[in-house]
Design a protein around this ligand. Structure first.
Ligand SMILES: [Zn+2]
Length: 182
């Protein structure tokens, strides 16, 4: 015997809308997710391009690639036509191909920028450790000391209300004490 049951929302001649149970919902979400993942993998820019390329940046919102190194060296405005293959990586290259990345990597402009920035970084370290660098830094120190003595003498003269001739005299005394005031 049929058991008829009243279902809310049921219409004659139409299948009853069932509420989806949890399992079905999960299945659907999984499908949706894998579709999204597929799309992600289809995305032209590949994260793997960044491997070994600390300079490469991908701006997701613009869908464009830029070069940290070139931007640091040249700025974000496009530069002369002599630097072929570089301009787009300053403003954002939408040519999302691996060949565009390697072309940029091998461009003269990029190599120049990399070399210049590397030289700048090693310079400050080299100055601190080299003999010439130490000599230069100590020169700065003696210059500071010289100025300090001159100011101190001028301050002493001014504070005591002494005539300017006393300043010359005081500086001579300082020099006599072994300080070179130049
Ligand atoms: Zn570059």
């Amino acid at each position: 015997m049929f058991q008829l049951k009243f279902v809310e929302g049921a219409k004659p001649g139409q299948p009853i809308k069932r509420k989806k149970n949890e399992n079905e919902k999960n299945e659907e979400n999984k499908k949706r997710w894998s579709k999204y993942e597929e799309k992600r993998n289809d995305r032209p820019f590949k994260e793997s391009w960044k491997e070994g390329r600390s300079w490469l940046n991908f701006d997701e919102s613009k869908g464009a690639m830029t070069c940290f190194t070139c931007i640091e060296f040249y700025g974000t405005k496009s530069i002369g036509s002599g630097l072929k293959g570089c301009n787009t990586f300053l403003t954002g290259s939408t040519n999302l191909k691996k060949s565009a990345v390697s072309d940029h990597e091998l461009s003269k402009a990029h190599i120049d920028a990399t070399a210049n920035i590397a030289a700048k970084c090693s310079d400050s370290a080299a100055i601190a450790s080299s003999q010439a660098g130490k000599a230069m830094l100590s020169l700065h120190l003696s210059e500071r000391q010289r100025l300090m003595h001159l100011f101190r003498n001028a301050h002493a003269v001014g504070k005591k209300g002494r005539p300017i001739t006393d300043y010359t005299w005081l500086c001579n005394v300082t020099e006599a004490n072994g300080v070179d005031l130049g």
